[in-house]
Write a protein that binds this ligand. Sequence first.
Ligand code: ZN
Length: 509
Amino acid sequence: MKHRAAALALLALGCADARLPEGGGECRYRVRFSESQRAEVELHCEGPRLTGVTVNLPAATQHTRVWQGASELSAGSDDTFTLARPGRSISLRYQVELGALAARYDDFDVAKSQGGALISPAYNWLLTPAPLPAGLPVSVEVQVSEGAEFATGLAPAPVGGRQGYELLAQELPVASYSAFGRLSRRTLTLPGRGSGGARLEVVSLPEAPKRAPSASKHHGARKDRKPDEDETTAVASDTDYIDASPDESRRAARDAWVDGAARAVASFWEGFPVPRATLFVVPVAARRRALFGKVLPASGPGVVLLIGADSEADDLANDWILVHELFHLGVPSFSGEGKWLDEGLATYFEPLIRARSLGFSEHAAWGELAQGFERGTQALATTGLERTADYGAVYWGGALVCLLADMEIRRTSQGRLGLEDGLREVLRQGGHAREVWRVRDVARVVDAATRSRALSQLAARYGAGSAPVDLDEILGLLGVRRGAEGITLEPTGEAAWLRRVITYGSSAR
Ligand SMILES: [Zn+2]
């Protein structure tokens, strides 16, 4: 999934017009993460007149203290700390108790601490100036205590001759994942698009000490994973730990799985879709297989992946989550619309990417798709995908619309072109996850690149509008038959040709 807040924040700000405000200016953050897991920040802004700073996550307000000079400020009802001395040049200090937030929420979208490391999105410790100065450049310097590491999805840039990070003010409310403390990190070099290569920094948090069997479990809030499974989340308690050293073979299996997914996605996009991204791997004690993934694209893409610490190679071999998340990096974000297209594309192409590069069988890929599409048909026929409240329909109805577009493009081009060729053109024009596009602009570029009207027409019919679909008829055109025992695939003929060229790409003709 991609963070919905990103779209909302960018909508409010009109990011298409993110120019430097008149008169220039900048905001500088100097951040120090203490051993007690507190972010201590000095903020200095020049340029636009500011009246306050806003806590981006309301839950953090009571764990945030702000001073201007000797005055300690208190937050108003809208989570904004109003400055004692507003102006065009402001300096203040604040601190965010990330350790306390981690103890209270144990959630990587707020703060999560384990094994001497803490992960929290940068939006949680970068307060946003108010009124928000869209277009204002922001620089961030970070210090950690001795022996500790810092890793972030934020874009690196030199700040005052030292390594720092940069972003634009409108990205502050959705700034990407970051972690500090005991981290292990490695860099995966991947083929890039164009001349340069791409780098995926893989940052692993330590495993939490294993819990004793008596520790309790509870049902965690279901996160925004592809909605076909619920999760029981093991919650670490403060006690009941038994120590465990990380298992090298499991770590190697995890690394190999991450590398395979990244290379498969790079192959699909004809080069990894962004020059640089950071993947945070969070092992979850006493669990097997991949559990959850999410992208925060703003500033620089950061991806978080929860993975069972006990996962063996077999537990991960056929997992979809990481391919789905990394695929997202190559598609623009949308603002106030297009969730169905964003998630539909990732849901549709993920099994095809695994079939092309990761040994997923054609039969398994179409079995997964055929079963999933069923969840989207009702929304297509009734509300349309922009207005459905059914989360499964957003993903799978979106995926079905992507299939229909792909079939149309493949048929009219005799298999030479597919929906993916249109998406690669969107990416070539700069439409990656950090950028916000409109659905109609994505459709226009895809249609032009594939010499069709398929995506524009289907987006109008099933996104804004609604119309019934006959799933068996659609699958029949691909030689996929559904039965009580699962699916069967026609081995030869026109339908099998269309299915194969969709599954394996134009080279399968
Ligand atoms: Zn997704």
